[in-house]
Design a protein around this ligand. Sequence first.
Ligand code: NAD
Ligand code: UFG
Length: 334
Amino acid sequence: MVLVTGGAGYIGSHTIVLLIEACYEVVIFDNFSNSSRESIYRVEKLVNQKIDLVEGDIRNGDDLQKVFDSYKIDSVIHFAGLKAVGESVEKPLKYYDNNVNGTRVLCEVMRENGCKSIVFSSSATVYGDPHTVPILENFPLSATNPYGRSKLFVEEILRDLYLSDNEWKIVLLRYFNPVGAHESGTIGEDPNGIPNNLMPFIAQTAVGKRESLSVFGDDYDTPDGTGVRDYIHVVDLADAHVKALDNINSFDEVMSINIGTGNGYSVLDMVKAFEEASLKKVPYVIAKRRAGDIASCYANPSYAKEVLGWEATHSIKEMCEDTWRWQSNNPNGY
Ligand code: NAD
Ligand code: UFG
């Protein structure tokens, strides 16, 4: 059985669908601090079965022990975490407690129960401001904000854990920019309040919830001056987790793996692709650069293909069409 922490969230819910389709048995553990039960009900409809759920907090060892008492857990996919970069600057202790301490408690409970297999949600943010692109896994690591540092610290903790006991099987998946939604249009990204990320902001502008998009800077050293990122369809990302689990027992070192498409698209590329997919106008204004942003960030994803047999298959058109289906069917989210 696979324990999926944060399984009610955006990436977790999509991964649950693919895990069940691949015949894995799953139990979700979530405190619903950034999600709702509705996402799980909708996943249940998609896969046509009930999904086991334990409500609790990863920082609470007793909550976690309940899961290990009730189920035979073989491995953990660990999505639970806070992810708002701006909030992490305002409230760093909240991020270190939830993301770093939470992971420490989780690993402790896993160890006590003889479960030593974990796939961790890391991020391209651990590369800081890369010297060159595309980014390879052996590039230097750094962080520019508390959220990024929480990911980097957890990576380090997991590497130390492996050094102390190499029975651990650890996969660090470094996601680039997850976007899109399940093609059914019934589950997707449902940010609280005003979205920080580009894709949900564009989608909410297209559906009429926001007046216009602010493009944060048009004077970067990129083809059109706007920031370039590696957008990856959330279903491709979910599939990378299934492949990580399929292969995890064959690894005899901590695996750090980029999960991206290898293609960089600018903010204006994304606006255009979204307008084409939605047949809606996305009004925008050029605004000043956002503090902490970098010009270009995209992966060299060849290691994922080599060690997981995984590569992204969804195009930017599908990312926009699926986001639009989710957004237009669910203008107010779940
Ligand atoms: P999300 O907020 O939709 O999902 C996270 C889930 O974890 C939520 O359901 C939340 O309620 C739960 N959670 C948070 N703290 C918890 C705690 N202490 N105990 C139990 N449950 C808790 O976010 P997401 O986009 O699905 O991201 C999943 C993971 O991937 C996160 O760790 C995030 O940092 C990482 N990641 C996300 C992105 C991105 O852009 N979405 C990029 C790189 C990495
Ligand atoms: N952007 C805008 N306007 C907006 C929002 C974003 O122009 O309203 C631009 C940004 O300046 C950037 C691009 O769109 O050039 C993408 O921005 P996002 O906020 O969507 O994504 P980031 O690349 O800044 O950050 C994301 C996650 C981080 C993660 C990082 C690397 O939010 O958590 O990818 O994985 F660390």
